[in-house]
Design a protein around this ligand. Structure first.
Ligand SMILES: Cc1cc2nc3c(=O)[nH]c(=O)nc-3n(C[C@H](O)[C@H](O)[C@H](O)COP(=O)(O)O)c2cc1C
Length: 189
């Protein structure tokens, strides 16, 4: 059975992108897949500094995260848009996970990636997904063509964290279906 990892590029407790990633995880048909949700705020990963890496090595939590990524076939990333791009937290995490290739863990290569974003503004963080798609392709991931951008996200979820609008639900499911089908197809032996 394929394994899918869900996370957001935000550490905020009330993060809209975390809410979206959690909702996406719940929306998946669990007969076909195993899922994991992770909260990047739970991992103590400092800003990357090559001098510190040389002196102290890769932080334990970065190694833990790397093993988690390695154990999954697909990644669902909900990233905030910060000034037209993805978040620094997300990039810093990816940079750390790319270190120490000699450990033979594979956090990114050939993973199938679904991109999503949530924003209180109308475009839903769409601009940030353009560079994020490029970044994940540079990491040798397969990004699926469909993506989900949730505008006015501060009003989109009910108290239980459920998306309520039928059109938005249909758009999200389209991305999730394409992602799951592609991940299953690429991992079929
Ligand atoms: C530094 C910064 C830059 C931002 N730039 C954008 C932006 O370019 N486009 C946008 O839609 N929202 C922007 N926002 C608003 C975020 O979309 C909003 O804070 C969102 O809730 C962040 O995601 P989160 O709720 O998952 O933490 C920005 C917020 C911050 C703090």
């Amino acid at each position: 059975m394929i394994k899918l990892l869900f996370f957001a590029g935000s550490c905020r407790v009330q993060s809209l992108n975390k809410t979206l990633a959690k909702f996406a995880e719940k929306s998946i048909d669990h007969d076909l897949v195993e899922t994991t949700f992770i909260n990047l705020a739970a991992y103590d990963i400092p800003l990357y500094n090559g001098d510190n890496e040389e002196a102290y090595g890769v932080p334990n939590d970065a190694s833990t995260l790397k093993r988690i990524f390695d154990a999954h076939d697909g990644l669902f990333i909900a990233s905030p848009e910060y000034n037209g791009s993805y978040s620094a937290v997300l990039k810093n995490t990816i940079d750390w996970l790319f270190r120490r290739p000699e450990d033979n863990l594979i956090p990114f290569k050939n993973k199938v990636v679904a991109l999503a974003s949530a924003s209180p503004f109308a475009a839903g963080g769409l601009r940030g997904l353009v560079p994020l798609r490029m970044l994940m392709n540079n990491m040798d991931c397969h990004t699926v063509p469909s993506q989900f951008c949730l505008g006015h996200a501060d009003k989109a979820f009910d108290d239980d964290g459920q998306l309520t609008d039928e059109h938005q639900l249909a758009m999200l499911n389209q991305t999730l279906d394409q992602w799951v089908e592609t991940t299953i197809a690429l991992n079929a032996q």
